[in-house]
Write a protein that binds this ligand. Structure first.
Ligand code: 16G
Ligand code: MG
Length: 558
C-alpha cells in the first residue's frame, strides 16, 4: 500500500485510521480462514500460507502495544523457530525485551480472529478498553528468519504498522535474540548496549575475548563444530567468526540447505543423535542451534563413536556452578539460584543442590515462567532441558558487581573475581535465551576450568529417561499442580502414577497436557534404561485409561 505522508498523519482522525485499517485488510490482507488460531507460548505459528492476515494484524497490534507503553519500542519477530521450513510464525517482544504480557496474548488472539469487516471496531474497542492514548508515538523493531516465506510476511507486518502510522526499524534477517537485544537497548537508551546488530556482536565478542587472553587452557581447546540448522544462526555465526579471530575456531556446517531438516538443536535433542551433514571427530565439541538461534545443544562422540548429549540441564549446572565460584571468590553476598522445569533430569537437580549448593526452583514449562521466577534471585540461571535459557542479574546485583571490581577495601583476588563476573555478564544476553551467547558462555566456563567436553560430561550421569505422548479426546481433562509435577485430574490418576513410581529405584514420572500439540505428554526417569522405558509405558497406559485415550493404545517397550 502507499505509505501515508506526514500530512495525512495530522489530518486523519482516529476513526479514519480504524476504517483505513479495515479497508487495507479487506483489499490487501483478507482473512484466510474462519478456523480459530491462538497466540500461544511461541506466538502465532502455523503453515506460512495461512499467515498473511495474521501478520498484518500483528503489525496493527504492535502499534497499539507501543502506544500503551508510551511509545516504547515493541519487537516483532517473524519465525517458526525449529518447525519445518514451510511453517512460519510471529511473536511480539515487550519493552524490556521480555515476551508479550499474558493479558495481551488474549487481545492478540481476539484481534486476529475477528472478520475483516469488524476489524476497525475491534481496534476501537481495544483502544478504549485499555485507555490507549492515541496521541502517543508508536515505535516497532522488526526482524525475520531465513524462511522463504518471511519477506512476503514482513510486508504484511509493515502494512499493518503503516496503516496505524507507527514507526519501524527493520533489522532484516536476524536471530530472535537480536530482536530482543535491540528492543532492550533502545528502551534503556543504550544502557544495555548499542542498539544495533553490530552493537550486539561487539558487546558479546569484546567481553568474550577479554575473558580469555590465552585461547587454550588445560584440556580445553578453542575449537567447535557448529551446526547452523541451515538458518539464521549460521549467518550470525559467520559474523562472529570474523570478530572472534583465533580466540575460538569455528568449523561451519549446515549453512544453507532446508531449514531444520535433519539438523539443528531440536533434531539433536529429540532424535538423540548427531545432526546430519557434519564431519565428526572423537571428542570434538559440536554445537547445534535451532532455526531462530535461541536454543542450543552441545554433543560429542567418544572413541567408540558413542553419542553424548549436553543439553540445557548440563549448561545450567555448568554455568550456575561457575557463577557460584566467582561469587565466593569475590566475597559478594548475592543470592544465586537455578530455575528448571519438571523435565530437568533428576541427576542435574541433585548435583546442583547437593554438590554445588545452589538452590533450585521449579516452574511450569515455557520460557516466560522460568524467566519470571529467575528474576526473583539476585542472579537467576534458567534453562529448559531443550536448550533454551539464560542468566538474569537484578539491577542491584549489576551495581554491586561493578562496584566490587573497583573496591579498594577488597583484596586483589576478590576484585579480579568481581571483574570477571562483570565480563561474564557482558557475554550473556539477559533478555532471552540466545544460542550463540550461551555458546560463548559455555566456552568461557570450559576454558576457565580447563575442561574438555568429556570432563564436562563427567560432572554427573543423567538418569535414563523416556518421553511419550498420548492422544486423548480432550486434553484439558488433565490438570496439574506443583509446577506440573503432579496431576489433579482426572481423579485417581496421580495415585496410580505414585504406585508405579514407588516400584522403581530413583523413579520419577509426570504427565502434562502439551501447550503446542493436541496430546498429553508423559515423562519418566529411573535408574536403568529398561526401568525408565517400562515406567513411561505404564504411566502412558494408566493415562490412556483415566483420561479418555483415543487411537492406538500405548505399546510396551520392546
Ligand atoms: C514452547 C515454549 C518452550 C516449551 C515448549 C513446550 C517458549 C518461547 N517456547 O515452544 O519453552 O519448552 O513450548 O511445548 O516459551 P509443549 O507444551 O508442547 O510440551
Ligand atoms: Mg527457537
Amino acid at each position: 500500500m502507499p505509505r501515508p505522508s506526514i500530512e495525512d498523519h495530522c489530518i486523519m482522525s482516529v476513526e479514519e485510521l480504524y476504517s483505513q485499517a479495515t479497508s487495507v485488510a479487506l483489499k490487501q490482507h483478507p482473512k484466510q480462514t474462519d478456523k480459530e488460531i491462538r497466540y500461544g507460548t511461541a506466538g502465532f505459528r502455523t503453515k506460512a500460507d495461512m499467515l498473511d492476515s495474521i501478520m498484518y494484524r500483528m503489525g496493527l497490534l504492535a502499534v497499539l502495544r507501543s502506544k500503551i507503553k508510551q511509545g516504547a519500542s515493541i519487537g516483532v519477530m517473524i519465525t517458526a523457530s525449529h518447525n519445518p521450513q514451510p511453517d512460519n510464525g510471529v511473536k511480539l517482544v515487550d519493552p524490556q525485551g521480555e515476551m508479550l504480557e499474558a493479558a495481551w496474548e488474549a487481545i492478540a488472539t481476539d484481534l486476529v480472529n475477528v472478520s475483516d469487516a469488524e476489524l476497525g471496531q475491534k481496534l476501537k474497542s481495544i483502544v478504549e478498553s485499555k485507555g490507549i492514548q492515541w496521541s502517543n508515538p508508536a515505535h516497532t523493531v522488526v526482524g525475520r528468519d531465513t524462511r522463504p516465506s518471511s519477506p512476503a510476511l514482513l510486508r504484511a507486518v509493515l502494512d499493518g504498522i503503516a496503516a496505524l502510522k507507527g514507526e519501524v526499524v527493520d533489522l532484516g534477517i536476524v536471530s530472535t535474540p537480536i530482536v530482543h537485544y535491540v528492543v532492550t537497548c533502545i528502551n534503556s537508551n543504550g544502557a544495555y548496549g548499542q542498539a544495533s546488530e553490530e552493537g550486539y556482536y561487539k558487546k558479546l565478542t569484546d567481553a568474550f575475548k577479554k575473558l580469555r587472553p590465552e585461547p587454550t587452557n588445560g584440556n580445553y581447546q578453542p575449537a567447535v563444530k557448529f551446526d547452523g540448522a541451515n538458518g539464521v544462526g549460521a549467518i550470525m555465526m559467520r559474523r562472529f567468526i570474523e570478530l572472534l579471530g583465533p580466540s575460538l575456531r569455528v568449523e561451519m556446517y549446515n549453512e544453507s540447505g532446508e531449514l531444520n531438516h535433519q539438523c539443528g538443536a531440536d533434531f539433536v535433542k529429540v532424535q538423540q543423535r548427531p545432526a546430519e551433514g557434519m564431519t565428526l571427530a572423537p571428542h570434538a565439541r559440536c554445537v547445534s542451534v535451532d532455526g531462530d538461534a535461541d536454543r542450543i545443544i552441545y554433543f560429542y562422540v567418544d572413541d567408540n563413536e558413542k553419542f553424548h548429549m549436553l543439553d540445557g540441564d548440563r549448561i545450567a549446572t555448568l554455568v550456575a556452578g561457575y557463577l557460584r565460584e566467582l561469587l565466593e571468590a569475590s566475597g559478594l553476598q548475592l543470592d544465586l539460584g537455578l530455575v528448571q522445569t519438571a523435565y530437568a533430569n533428576g541427576s542435574s537437580t541433585k548435583y546442583i543442590t547437593e554438590q554445588l549448593h545452589v538452590p533450585v526452583a521449579c516452574t511450569p514449562t515455557g520460557v516466560k515462567h522460568l524467566h519470571h521466577r529467575a528474576v526473583d534471585f539476585d542472579i537467576g540461571v534458567y534453562f529448559e532441558a531443550n536448550g533454551h535459557g539464560t542468566v538474569v542479574f537484578s539491577s542491584a546485583a549489576q551495581r554491586k558487581i561493578a562496584e566490587a571490581g573497583a573496591d579498594p577495601s577488597l583484596s586483589e583476588s576478590q576484585r579480579a573475581a568481581a571483574g570477571r563476573l562483570r565480563d561474564v555478564m557482558d557475554v550473556i544476553n539477559q533478555t532471552v535465551g540466545d544460542a550463540i551467547s550461551d555458546m560463548l558462555l559455555v566456552e568461557t566456563v570450559l576454558h576457565a576450568r580447563g575442561w574438555s567436553i568429556a570432563d564436562w560430561s563427567a560432572a554427573y550421569s543423567d538418569l535414563p529417561n523416556r518421553q511419550l505422548k498420548v492422544s486423548v479426546k480432550d486434553r484439558t481433562v488433565v490438570t496439574t499442580t506443583d509446577a506440573e509435577r503432579r496431576c489433579v485430574t482426572p481423579d485417581g490418576l496421580q495415585a496410580e502414577i505414585d504406585t508405579l513410581v514407588s516400584k522403581q529405584p530413583q523413579g520419577r514420572a509426570f504427565v502434562r497436557p502439551s501447550g503446542t500439540e493436541d496430546v498429553v505428554r508423559v515423562y519418566a526417569e529411573a535408574e536403568t534404561r529398561t526401568a525408565a522405558d517400562q515406567l513411561a509405558y505404564q504411566v502412558a497406559e494408566v493415562l490412556y485409561r483415566y483420561a479418555g485415550g483415543v487411537g492406538p493404545k500405548p505399546t510396551p517397550p520392546q
